[in-house]
Structure formats: C-alpha cells, structure tokens
Design a protein around this ligand. Structure first.
Ligand SMILES: Nc1ncnc2c1ncn2[C@@H]1O[C@H](COP(=O)(O)OP(=O)(O)O)[C@@H](O)[C@H]1O
Ligand SMILES: [Mg+2]
Length: 181
C-alpha cells in the first residue's frame, strides 16, 4: 500500500510466457501513467538483456540474477516516485517473491495466455526456433514456468484487448491507493 509519501512510485511486475503480451500491455500502461503525470520507466526483459544483463544467459542461475537486477533497479526507481513497468518472463515463483519482498509497492500481474495462442502469435519467432531445435530452453515450451499463486491481477489476453488489460491493472492500482496523492 502507498504509505502516504507523494514521492512513492510503484512497480507493476508483469510475468508470463513469451508472447503472452507483457511488452504490449506495458506500452499501454506507460501511456496511462504519463497521462496521470507520473515519471515512468519500463524494465523490459529483452531490453535489459542488451544492457544491464548482457553477460547473462538462460540457465536458472542466470535467469535468477537477471530478475534480481531488474528488481534492484525497479526498487530504486519506485522509491523515487517512478511508475515502473516490469515486463519480464520471471518464470520462478521464488524470484518473484524475492522481488515482492524487496520492493515496497509491488503489484504482480500474471499475463495469462494459453501456450498454443502464444505459439500462434510468436511475435519474435522464438517458438518456431524452439520447434526447429535452434533454441532448447524456451520458457513454457522446454523450460519451467511456475504460475503465480496469488497475483494482484490476472489478465487473460484472449478475453481482453491490450488497452482493456491496462485499464484493469490501473483500476487495481487505484483500489490499492497508488493514485491517491
Ligand atoms: N489482449 C492482448 N494483450 C496483449 N497482447 C496481445 C493481445 N492480443 C494479441 N496480442 C498480441 O500478442 C503479441 C504479444 O507480444 P509481446 O507483447 O511482445 O509479448 P511478451 O512481451 O509477453 O513476450 C503481440 O503481437 C500483441 O499484439
Ligand atoms: Mg516482451
């Protein structure tokens, strides 16, 4: 909950399989946060892997370290008033619990889409590569994804548009008191 400090931002942590819609929904959230007058930043897993996590691969240890770095930077931003979107597969519950424990204003959003639909969308061609054996550790297809047990929000992207998803998330943030200052 917001502790009443008007400098407090928050972290919306979007987790889900590749192609589920995390980056797309995050872009919609960014627009809304800007309209509300927030400074906003997106911590997108793919982008972070080009910079801060350029040294990391896809072992469990590296995925954990990637999530740890994202959580660390997100925490610094949020405590300085930034509305942060994290768009990160973050496949393990324990990583997400670490982030929840680290970050004061943490809102977990499970972007839920059936694997078959993600495979049809395949926005980055990753599932095709996995099917051809060019990738051997794709989350959801070959590697573990642990569904959230108690996320603040679940978005089923087969039932809603990206704009609708963003509105649902914003309503939850409002309910939790993040827009009250
Ligand atoms: N309701 C929806 N929410 C989000 N994305 C959707 C939705 N319906 C279809 N899509 C499409 O699914 C794809 C999701 O890709 P992306 O956002 O890059 O996924 P992720 O970041 O989770 O890997 C995009 O091509 C997007 O247009
Ligand atoms: Mg993405």
């Amino acid at each position: 909950m917001n502790n009443g400090n008007s400098n407090n931002g928050f972290v919306v942590w979007l987790t889900g399989l590749p192609g589920t819609g995390k980056s797309t929904i995050s872009a919609e959230l960014t627009k809304i946060f800007q309209e509300k007058g927030f400074c906003t930043e997106t911590m997108d897993g793919d982008e972070i892997r080009k910079g801060l996590s350029a040294d990391l691969g896809f072992t469990k240890e590296d995925r954990q370290e990637h999530a740890r770095r994202v959580a660390f930077v997100s925490k610094l931003l949020a405590r300085n008033g930034v509305a942060v979107n994290v768009a990160l597969i973050s496949p393990y519950r324990s990583f997400r619990e670490h982030a929840r424990n680290e970050i004061e204003n943490f809102v977990e959003v499970y972007v839920k889409t059936p694997l078959e639909v993600c495979m049809e969308r395949d926005p980055k061609g990753l599932y095709a590569k996995a099917q051809q054996g060019e990738i051997t550790d794709l989350t959801g297809y070959q590697d573990t994804y642990e569904e959230p047990l108690n996320p603040e929000v679940v978005i089923d992207t087969c039932d809603t548009t990206p704009e609708g998803a963003a509105e649902t998330i914003v309503s939850k943030l409002d309910e939790l008191g993040y827009f009250s200052n």
